[in-house]
Ligand binder design. Structure first.
Ligand code: KIV
Length: 279
């Protein structure tokens, strides 16, 4: 039986830190699951790291459903949360509920959407139909990219108060956890102490109840943007390019494929064949 939303909530109560990684494909999702990650987030960051978009704005519901299906086929133990992409929930509550349902039918256990107080009613309606929701405040890529790019949130007392009010409104609306993106560590700590549900930080310091990173960043596979909060645990892009160069050289030099990479006929059959073709 895989982890449930209740299991994640209880981790905060027992002061266990929650580990979250993004996941968009079967292979890496299987490895994250095997490594014991608590939540796999099918983030709309897929648009950038998997599809090469500049930002998350162009991501569609069809794409999110496809990534979610792939991740859900790999999952054995983790909870799966899938992002509602830009304009799949903002225009109407009906859209929000229908599209949340599509992600659940694709294999997600919960959905995530961006926004504070203005999204509280929508969140409450989604929760009312039985779909768990993760909130997302602080830097919100779906909207702040349109208005001014990457900016740390909660640097002033006023903006900090706004974030705290947003977090309280989301808890009241029924979210089971809140992602805090690029929030100053002081404000992230206050929010984590204020709400009873887990906070999951990305670039928001160590006092959140859990942490999330984009898996390609952690593995050192995506070099287009290099946020300060990312820790590279591997430098896979270099290793991958080296391996591919070696493959190319071995093809050119006739080293690959070697005998052990090929399929052979048995001696009797090859002899028979030689006679048939007269050689
Ligand atoms: O899409 C994503 O990867 C996210 C995380 C940055 C929280 O929403």
């Amino acid at each position: 039986m895989h982890k449930s939303v209740a299991d994640i909530i209880s981790m905060k109560k027992s002061r266990q830190k929650i580990s979250v990684l993004t996941s968009y494909d079967f292979t890496l999702a299987s490895l994250c699951d095997r490594a014991g990650i608590d939540i796999l987030l099918v983030g709309d960051s897929a648009g950038m790291v998997m599809l090469g978009y500049e930002n998350t704005i162009p991501v569609t519901m069809e794409q999110m459903c496809l990534f979610t299906e792939a991740v859900s086929r790999a999952r054995e133990n983790t909870l799966i949360v899938a992002d509602l992409p830009f304009m799949s929930y903002q225009a109407s509550i009906t859209d929000a509920i229908e599209n949340s349902g599509r992600l659940i039918k694709s294999g997600a256990d919960a959905v995530k959407l961006e926004g504070g107080i203005p999204m509280a009613e929508t969140i409450n309606e989604i929760v009312q139909v039985g779909i768990p929701v993760m909130g997302h405040i602080g830097f919100q890529p779906q909207t702040t990219m349109l208005s001014g790019g990457y900016k740390v949130q909660g640097k002033t007392a006023d903006s900090a108060m706004q974030l705290i009010e947003d977090a309280k409104a989301l808890e009241e609306a029924g979210v089971f956890s809140i992602a805090l993106e690029m929030v100053t560590q002081e404000v992230a700590e206050i929010i984590s102490d204020t709400v009873s549900i887990p906070t999951i930080g990305i670039g928001s310091g160590k006092n959140c109840d859990g942490q999330v990173l984009v898996i390609q960043d952690l593995l050192g596979m995506y070099d287009k943007i290099k946020p300060k909060f990312v820790k590279k645990y591997l430098n896979l892009s270099e290793d991958i390019v080296d391996a591919i160069k070696k493959y190319k050289t071995e093809i050119q030099e006739g080293v690959f494929p070697a005998k052990e990479n090929c399929f052979q006929m048995d001696d009797v059959e090859i002899e028979k064949l030689r006679k048939k073709i007269g050689s």
